[in-house]
Design a protein around this ligand. Sequence first.
Ligand SMILES: C[C@](O)(CO)[C@H](O)COP(=O)(O)OP(=O)(O)OC[C@H]1O[C@@H](n2ccc(N)nc2=O)[C@H](O)[C@@H]1O
Ligand SMILES: Nc1ncnc2c1ncn2[C@@H]1O[C@H](COP(=O)(O)OP(=O)(O)OP(=O)(O)O)[C@@H](O)[C@H]1O
Length: 343
Amino acid sequence: MLSAVGPPVTVRVPAKVNLHLAVGELRPDGFHDLVTVFQALNLFDEVSVVAAHTAQSRGPVTHIGPGGPGVELLGDVDAEAAGVPLDATNLAWRAAVALGEEVGREPDVRIGIRKAIPVAGGMAGGSADAAGTLLALATLWRLDIGREGLMEVAARVGSDVAFALHGGTALGTGRGENLVPVLSRHTFHWVVALQDHGLSTPAVFGELDRLRAASDVKRIGDVEPVLEAVASGEARSLALLLGNDLQAAAVSMDPGLRRTLRAGVAAGALAGVVSGSGPTCIFLCTDGPTAVRVAAELAGAGVCRTVRVAHGPVPGAKVIDGDPARPPRGGPPASDPGPNMYA
Ligand SMILES: C[C@](O)(CO)[C@H](O)COP(=O)(O)OP(=O)(O)OC[C@H]1O[C@@H](n2ccc(N)nc2=O)[C@H](O)[C@@H]1O
Ligand SMILES: Nc1ncnc2c1ncn2[C@@H]1O[C@H](COP(=O)(O)OP(=O)(O)OP(=O)(O)O)[C@@H](O)[C@H]1O
Protein backbone atom coordinates (compact mmCIF):
# COMPACT_ATOMS: atom_id res chain seq x y z
CA MET A 1 0.00 0.00 0.00
CA LEU A 2 1.14 3.54 -0.69
CA SER A 3 1.38 5.13 2.73
CA ALA A 4 1.48 8.88 2.24
CA VAL A 5 -0.70 11.97 2.05
CA GLY A 6 -2.83 13.13 -0.92
CA PRO A 7 -4.23 11.34 -3.95
CA PRO A 8 -1.66 9.56 -6.11
CA VAL A 9 -1.15 10.30 -9.80
CA THR A 10 -1.06 7.09 -11.84
CA VAL A 11 0.53 6.72 -15.26
CA ARG A 12 0.38 3.76 -17.64
CA VAL A 13 3.54 3.15 -19.71
CA PRO A 14 4.07 0.69 -22.57
CA ALA A 15 6.88 -1.77 -23.28
CA LYS A 16 8.91 -1.29 -26.44
CA VAL A 17 10.29 -3.57 -29.09
CA ASN A 18 12.89 -2.71 -31.73
CA LEU A 19 11.73 -3.63 -35.26
CA HIS A 20 15.18 -2.62 -36.51
CA LEU A 21 18.26 -2.17 -34.30
CA ALA A 22 21.48 -1.26 -36.10
CA VAL A 23 24.42 -0.86 -33.72
CA GLY A 24 27.43 1.29 -34.70
CA GLU A 25 30.87 1.33 -33.12
CA LEU A 26 31.63 1.85 -29.43
CA ARG A 27 31.86 5.61 -28.69
CA PRO A 28 34.36 7.19 -26.29
CA ASP A 29 31.50 7.74 -23.78
CA GLY A 30 30.86 3.97 -23.56
CA PHE A 31 27.68 4.04 -25.66
CA HIS A 32 27.08 2.88 -29.23
CA ASP A 33 25.42 4.96 -31.92
CA LEU A 34 22.16 3.34 -32.92
CA VAL A 35 19.69 3.53 -35.75
CA THR A 36 16.56 1.90 -34.44
CA VAL A 37 12.84 1.67 -35.08
CA PHE A 38 10.94 1.46 -31.81
CA GLN A 39 7.35 0.30 -31.49
CA ALA A 40 5.33 0.55 -28.27
CA LEU A 41 3.26 -2.58 -27.42
CA ASN A 42 0.22 -2.99 -25.18
CA LEU A 43 2.15 -4.53 -22.28
CA PHE A 44 2.01 -1.86 -19.59
CA ASP A 45 3.60 -1.03 -16.26
CA GLU A 46 1.68 1.35 -13.98
CA VAL A 47 3.50 3.95 -11.93
CA SER A 48 1.84 5.91 -9.08
CA VAL A 49 3.46 8.83 -7.29
CA VAL A 50 2.26 10.47 -4.12
CA ALA A 51 3.76 13.16 -1.87
CA ALA A 52 5.55 11.52 1.08
CA HIS A 53 5.20 14.06 3.90
CA THR A 54 7.57 12.47 6.34
CA ALA A 55 10.43 13.55 8.54
CA GLN A 56 12.83 12.86 5.69
CA SER A 57 11.02 15.19 3.33
CA ARG A 58 11.65 18.28 5.51
CA GLY A 59 15.34 18.30 4.54
CA PRO A 60 17.16 16.94 1.51
CA VAL A 61 16.22 13.30 0.89
CA THR A 62 19.29 11.33 1.87
CA HIS A 63 17.56 8.05 2.54
CA ILE A 64 14.81 6.18 0.73
CA GLY A 65 13.01 3.36 2.42
CA PRO A 66 9.80 1.93 3.89
CA GLY A 67 7.02 4.41 4.52
CA GLY A 68 8.90 7.56 3.45
CA PRO A 69 10.22 8.73 0.12
CA GLY A 70 11.17 5.74 -2.00
CA VAL A 71 9.98 3.00 -4.32
CA GLU A 72 7.79 -0.03 -3.78
CA LEU A 73 6.31 -2.72 -6.01
CA LEU A 74 2.52 -2.92 -6.02
CA GLY A 75 0.71 -6.23 -6.48
CA ASP A 76 1.79 -9.69 -5.53
CA VAL A 77 5.43 -9.47 -6.63
CA ASP A 78 8.60 -10.22 -4.70
CA ALA A 79 10.92 -7.42 -5.82
CA GLU A 80 14.08 -9.34 -5.00
CA ALA A 81 12.93 -12.44 -6.85
CA ALA A 82 11.82 -10.26 -9.76
CA GLY A 83 15.23 -8.53 -9.81
CA VAL A 84 13.86 -5.02 -9.24
CA PRO A 85 16.00 -2.94 -6.86
CA LEU A 86 14.03 -0.86 -4.34
CA ASP A 87 16.95 1.43 -3.51
CA ALA A 88 18.31 4.60 -5.09
CA THR A 89 19.41 2.64 -8.19
CA ASN A 90 15.81 2.01 -9.26
CA LEU A 91 15.34 3.80 -12.58
CA ALA A 92 12.05 5.30 -11.40
CA TRP A 93 13.80 6.85 -8.40
CA ARG A 94 16.66 8.07 -10.61
CA ALA A 95 14.07 9.75 -12.82
CA ALA A 96 12.49 11.44 -9.76
CA VAL A 97 15.91 12.72 -8.66
CA ALA A 98 16.73 13.95 -12.19
CA LEU A 99 13.43 15.82 -12.51
CA GLY A 100 13.82 17.24 -8.98
CA GLU A 101 17.27 18.56 -9.91
CA GLU A 102 15.91 20.07 -13.12
CA VAL A 103 13.17 22.03 -11.35
CA GLY A 104 14.85 22.59 -7.98
CA ARG A 105 12.67 20.29 -5.85
CA GLU A 106 13.38 17.45 -3.46
CA PRO A 107 11.98 14.11 -4.70
CA ASP A 108 9.97 13.75 -1.48
CA VAL A 109 7.63 11.25 -3.08
CA ARG A 110 6.70 7.63 -2.79
CA ILE A 111 6.63 5.74 -6.09
CA GLY A 112 4.54 2.60 -6.51
CA ILE A 113 5.22 0.38 -9.53
CA ARG A 114 2.88 -2.33 -10.81
CA LYS A 115 5.03 -4.38 -13.18
CA ALA A 116 3.81 -6.30 -16.20
CA ILE A 117 6.79 -5.64 -18.46
CA PRO A 118 9.42 -8.38 -18.06
CA VAL A 119 12.48 -7.38 -16.02
CA ALA A 120 15.79 -7.32 -17.92
CA GLY A 121 13.90 -8.65 -20.92
CA GLY A 122 14.98 -6.14 -23.57
CA MET A 123 11.56 -4.46 -23.50
CA ALA A 124 12.70 -1.39 -21.56
CA GLY A 125 10.65 -2.07 -18.41
CA GLY A 126 12.88 -0.01 -16.12
CA SER A 127 12.92 2.80 -18.67
CA ALA A 128 9.13 2.65 -18.83
CA ASP A 129 8.98 3.11 -15.05
CA ALA A 130 11.36 6.06 -15.30
CA ALA A 131 9.21 7.65 -18.01
CA GLY A 132 6.05 6.99 -15.99
CA THR A 133 7.61 8.66 -12.96
CA LEU A 134 8.57 11.75 -14.98
CA LEU A 135 5.05 12.20 -16.32
CA ALA A 136 3.39 11.42 -13.00
CA LEU A 137 5.63 13.86 -11.11
CA ALA A 138 5.20 16.59 -13.73
CA THR A 139 1.46 16.18 -13.17
CA LEU A 140 1.63 15.92 -9.36
CA TRP A 141 3.92 18.95 -9.11
CA ARG A 142 1.95 20.79 -11.85
CA LEU A 143 5.18 21.61 -13.62
CA ASP A 144 5.31 23.99 -16.54
CA ILE A 145 8.14 21.99 -18.11
CA GLY A 146 6.50 21.08 -21.44
CA ARG A 147 6.92 17.94 -23.47
CA GLU A 148 10.37 18.85 -24.81
CA GLY A 149 11.66 19.62 -21.31
CA LEU A 150 10.44 16.26 -20.06
CA MET A 151 12.02 14.48 -23.05
CA GLU A 152 15.38 16.11 -22.26
CA VAL A 153 15.31 14.89 -18.66
CA ALA A 154 14.20 11.45 -19.94
CA ALA A 155 17.20 11.22 -22.28
CA ARG A 156 19.57 11.92 -19.36
CA VAL A 157 18.06 9.08 -17.30
CA GLY A 158 18.50 6.35 -19.97
CA SER A 159 18.63 5.72 -23.70
CA ASP A 160 15.15 4.12 -23.86
CA VAL A 161 13.31 6.48 -21.50
CA ALA A 162 12.42 9.14 -24.08
CA PHE A 163 10.71 6.55 -26.27
CA ALA A 164 8.56 5.29 -23.40
CA LEU A 165 7.19 8.85 -23.12
CA HIS A 166 6.82 9.15 -26.88
CA GLY A 167 5.20 5.79 -27.73
CA GLY A 168 3.76 4.84 -31.14
CA THR A 169 6.43 3.96 -33.67
CA ALA A 170 9.56 6.11 -33.87
CA LEU A 171 12.98 6.25 -35.48
CA GLY A 172 15.66 6.54 -32.80
CA THR A 173 19.22 7.74 -33.40
CA GLY A 174 22.17 8.74 -31.20
CA ARG A 175 22.00 6.53 -28.11
CA GLY A 176 18.37 5.94 -29.10
CA GLU A 177 17.18 9.12 -27.42
CA ASN A 178 16.76 11.31 -30.55
CA LEU A 179 13.30 10.44 -31.80
CA VAL A 180 11.32 11.14 -34.95
CA PRO A 181 7.79 9.77 -35.24
CA VAL A 182 7.25 7.14 -37.94
CA LEU A 183 4.05 7.11 -39.94
CA SER A 184 2.13 3.96 -38.96
CA ARG A 185 -1.64 3.87 -39.10
CA HIS A 186 -1.82 0.07 -39.01
CA THR A 187 -1.78 -2.38 -36.12
CA PHE A 188 0.79 -5.18 -36.05
CA HIS A 189 0.18 -8.39 -34.08
CA TRP A 190 2.95 -9.91 -32.00
CA VAL A 191 3.68 -12.91 -29.83
CA VAL A 192 6.17 -12.17 -27.06
CA ALA A 193 8.17 -15.12 -25.63
CA LEU A 194 9.50 -14.39 -22.14
CA GLN A 195 12.38 -16.25 -20.48
CA ASP A 196 12.91 -17.11 -16.83
CA HIS A 197 16.14 -15.07 -16.69
CA GLY A 198 17.35 -11.69 -17.94
CA LEU A 199 20.35 -10.52 -19.95
CA SER A 200 22.35 -7.48 -18.87
CA THR A 201 22.15 -4.72 -21.51
CA PRO A 202 25.80 -3.55 -21.13
CA ALA A 203 26.99 -7.18 -21.20
CA VAL A 204 25.15 -7.79 -24.50
CA PHE A 205 26.64 -4.64 -26.09
CA GLY A 206 30.05 -5.78 -24.79
CA GLU A 207 29.59 -9.24 -26.30
CA LEU A 208 28.79 -7.68 -29.68
CA ASP A 209 32.02 -5.64 -29.51
CA ARG A 210 33.91 -8.84 -28.65
CA LEU A 211 32.33 -10.80 -31.54
CA ARG A 212 33.04 -7.96 -33.98
CA ALA A 213 36.68 -7.75 -32.86
CA ALA A 214 37.10 -11.50 -33.37
CA SER A 215 35.44 -11.85 -36.79
CA ASP A 216 33.25 -10.23 -39.40
CA VAL A 217 29.75 -10.22 -37.92
CA LYS A 218 27.02 -9.65 -40.51
CA ARG A 219 25.17 -6.35 -39.99
CA ILE A 220 21.50 -5.71 -40.64
CA GLY A 221 20.42 -3.69 -43.71
CA ASP A 222 19.25 -0.09 -44.13
CA VAL A 223 16.35 1.32 -42.18
CA GLU A 224 14.41 2.93 -45.07
CA PRO A 225 12.66 -0.27 -46.28
CA VAL A 226 11.57 -0.92 -42.67
CA LEU A 227 9.96 2.52 -42.49
CA GLU A 228 8.17 1.85 -45.79
CA ALA A 229 6.90 -1.54 -44.57
CA VAL A 230 5.63 0.02 -41.32
CA ALA A 231 3.84 2.75 -43.31
CA SER A 232 2.28 0.17 -45.66
CA GLY A 233 0.95 -1.87 -42.74
CA GLU A 234 1.93 -5.08 -44.56
CA ALA A 235 3.06 -7.55 -41.93
CA ARG A 236 4.55 -9.86 -44.58
CA SER A 237 6.83 -7.08 -45.88
CA LEU A 238 7.86 -6.05 -42.38
CA ALA A 239 8.55 -9.67 -41.39
CA LEU A 240 11.25 -9.95 -44.07
CA LEU A 241 12.99 -6.86 -42.69
CA LEU A 242 12.97 -7.37 -38.90
CA GLY A 243 16.60 -7.15 -37.78
CA ASN A 244 18.70 -6.69 -34.67
CA ASP A 245 22.51 -6.40 -34.57
CA LEU A 246 22.41 -7.36 -30.87
CA GLN A 247 20.78 -10.71 -31.69
CA ALA A 248 24.11 -12.44 -32.46
CA ALA A 249 25.45 -11.30 -29.06
CA ALA A 250 22.29 -12.30 -27.17
CA VAL A 251 22.32 -15.74 -28.84
CA SER A 252 26.04 -16.14 -28.12
CA MET A 253 25.33 -15.53 -24.41
CA ASP A 254 22.13 -17.58 -24.40
CA PRO A 255 22.30 -20.22 -27.19
CA GLY A 256 18.85 -21.59 -26.27
CA LEU A 257 17.35 -18.51 -27.96
CA ARG A 258 18.03 -20.17 -31.34
CA ARG A 259 15.45 -22.83 -30.47
CA THR A 260 12.96 -20.22 -29.30
CA LEU A 261 13.31 -18.26 -32.55
CA ARG A 262 12.89 -21.42 -34.66
CA ALA A 263 9.90 -22.61 -32.64
CA GLY A 264 7.96 -19.36 -33.14
CA VAL A 265 8.29 -19.56 -36.91
CA ALA A 266 7.46 -23.30 -36.86
CA ALA A 267 4.32 -22.39 -34.89
CA GLY A 268 3.14 -20.11 -37.72
CA ALA A 269 4.66 -16.68 -37.08
CA LEU A 270 5.91 -14.78 -40.13
CA ALA A 271 9.26 -14.07 -38.47
CA GLY A 272 10.91 -13.71 -35.08
CA VAL A 273 13.69 -11.57 -33.68
CA VAL A 274 15.35 -10.96 -30.32
CA SER A 275 13.87 -7.85 -28.68
CA GLY A 276 16.53 -5.21 -27.93
CA SER A 277 19.25 -6.77 -25.80
CA GLY A 278 17.09 -9.88 -25.21
CA PRO A 279 16.41 -12.51 -24.07
CA THR A 280 12.74 -11.83 -24.91
CA CYS A 281 11.92 -12.90 -28.49
CA ILE A 282 9.11 -11.31 -30.49
CA PHE A 283 7.21 -12.89 -33.37
CA LEU A 284 5.25 -11.00 -36.00
CA CYS A 285 1.97 -12.65 -37.07
CA THR A 286 -0.43 -11.98 -39.92
CA ASP A 287 -3.36 -11.10 -37.61
CA GLY A 288 -4.69 -11.31 -34.06
CA PRO A 289 -6.24 -14.80 -34.24
CA THR A 290 -3.04 -16.20 -35.74
CA ALA A 291 -1.06 -14.61 -32.90
CA VAL A 292 -3.30 -16.37 -30.36
CA ARG A 293 -2.70 -19.74 -32.10
CA VAL A 294 1.06 -19.18 -32.35
CA ALA A 295 1.19 -18.18 -28.67
CA ALA A 296 -0.64 -21.35 -27.62
CA GLU A 297 1.68 -23.58 -29.62
CA LEU A 298 4.81 -21.76 -28.48
CA ALA A 299 3.70 -21.99 -24.85
CA GLY A 300 3.64 -25.77 -25.18
CA ALA A 301 6.99 -26.05 -26.97
CA GLY A 302 9.16 -25.76 -23.85
CA VAL A 303 11.31 -22.99 -25.32
CA CYS A 304 10.32 -20.11 -23.03
CA ARG A 305 8.89 -19.38 -19.58
CA THR A 306 5.64 -17.91 -20.83
CA VAL A 307 4.10 -16.08 -23.77
CA ARG A 308 2.02 -12.94 -24.30
CA VAL A 309 -0.06 -11.81 -27.25
CA ALA A 310 0.40 -8.11 -27.91
CA HIS A 311 -0.19 -5.47 -30.54
CA GLY A 312 1.34 -2.16 -31.48
CA PRO A 313 1.74 0.66 -31.94
CA VAL A 314 0.10 2.07 -28.80
CA PRO A 315 0.54 5.55 -27.29
CA GLY A 316 3.34 6.39 -24.87
CA ALA A 317 3.08 7.20 -21.16
CA LYS A 318 -0.39 8.43 -20.24
CA VAL A 319 -1.94 9.72 -17.01
CA ILE A 320 -4.81 7.37 -16.15
CA ASP A 321 -5.69 8.55 -12.64
CA GLY A 322 -5.18 11.51 -10.35
CA ASP A 323 -4.72 14.24 -12.95
CA PRO A 324 -6.35 17.29 -11.36
CA ALA A 325 -7.48 18.35 -14.86
CA ARG A 326 -9.30 15.06 -15.52
CA PRO A 327 -12.07 12.99 -13.86
CA PRO A 328 -11.04 9.96 -11.75
CA ARG A 329 -10.91 6.53 -13.41
CA GLY A 330 -14.48 5.29 -13.88
CA GLY A 331 -15.84 8.68 -12.79
CA PRO A 332 -18.22 10.95 -14.70
CA PRO A 333 -16.80 12.89 -17.65
CA ALA A 334 -15.77 16.42 -16.72
CA SER A 335 -17.52 19.22 -18.59
CA ASP A 336 -14.11 20.54 -19.59
CA PRO A 337 -11.29 18.14 -18.80
CA GLY A 338 -8.74 20.61 -20.24
CA PRO A 339 -5.67 19.71 -22.25
CA ASN A 340 -3.08 17.29 -20.89
CA MET A 341 0.10 18.89 -22.13
CA TYR A 342 2.18 15.78 -21.52
CA ALA A 343 -0.08 13.10 -23.08
C1 LIG B 1 19.20 -2.18 -26.29
C2 LIG B 1 18.21 -1.03 -26.23
O1 LIG B 1 17.12 -1.39 -25.41
C3 LIG B 1 17.67 -0.77 -27.63
O2 LIG B 1 16.56 0.09 -27.61
C4 LIG B 1 18.85 0.21 -25.68
O3 LIG B 1 19.94 0.61 -26.49
C5 LIG B 1 19.29 0.09 -24.23
O4 LIG B 1 18.83 1.21 -23.57
P1 LIG B 1 18.88 1.36 -21.96
O5 LIG B 1 18.60 0.05 -21.31
O6 LIG B 1 18.05 2.56 -21.62
O7 LIG B 1 20.40 1.63 -21.78
P2 LIG B 1 21.15 2.68 -20.84
O8 LIG B 1 20.67 2.52 -19.43
O9 LIG B 1 21.12 4.03 -21.46
O10 LIG B 1 22.62 2.10 -20.95
C6 LIG B 1 23.01 0.90 -20.31
C7 LIG B 1 24.30 0.44 -20.94
O11 LIG B 1 24.04 -0.16 -22.22
C8 LIG B 1 25.06 0.17 -23.15
N1 LIG B 1 24.50 0.98 -24.24
C9 LIG B 1 23.24 1.47 -24.17
C10 LIG B 1 22.71 2.22 -25.22
C11 LIG B 1 23.54 2.47 -26.35
N2 LIG B 1 23.10 3.19 -27.38
N3 LIG B 1 24.79 1.96 -26.40
C12 LIG B 1 25.28 1.20 -25.36
O12 LIG B 1 26.42 0.73 -25.43
C13 LIG B 1 26.12 0.94 -22.37
O13 LIG B 1 27.03 -0.02 -21.88
C14 LIG B 1 25.31 1.53 -21.21
O14 LIG B 1 26.11 1.79 -20.09
N1 LIG C 1 11.99 0.03 -12.24
C1 LIG C 1 12.77 -0.99 -12.63
N2 LIG C 1 12.22 -2.08 -13.17
C2 LIG C 1 13.01 -3.11 -13.58
N3 LIG C 1 14.34 -3.14 -13.42
C3 LIG C 1 14.94 -2.09 -12.90
C4 LIG C 1 14.18 -0.98 -12.47
N4 LIG C 1 15.04 -0.07 -11.98
C5 LIG C 1 16.26 -0.59 -12.09
N5 LIG C 1 16.23 -1.81 -12.63
C6 LIG C 1 17.43 -2.63 -12.93
O1 LIG C 1 17.69 -2.53 -14.32
C7 LIG C 1 17.95 -3.80 -14.90
C8 LIG C 1 17.37 -3.83 -16.31
O2 LIG C 1 15.97 -3.70 -16.20
P1 LIG C 1 14.98 -3.54 -17.44
O3 LIG C 1 13.77 -4.34 -17.09
O4 LIG C 1 14.79 -2.13 -17.79
O5 LIG C 1 15.82 -4.26 -18.57
P2 LIG C 1 15.63 -4.27 -20.12
O6 LIG C 1 14.19 -4.43 -20.44
O7 LIG C 1 16.56 -5.31 -20.67
O8 LIG C 1 16.11 -2.83 -20.54
P3 LIG C 1 16.35 -2.26 -22.02
O9 LIG C 1 15.41 -2.96 -22.95
O10 LIG C 1 16.03 -0.80 -21.85
O11 LIG C 1 17.79 -2.55 -22.28
C9 LIG C 1 17.28 -4.81 -13.97
O12 LIG C 1 18.01 -6.02 -13.97
C10 LIG C 1 17.29 -4.12 -12.63
O13 LIG C 1 18.44 -4.50 -11.89
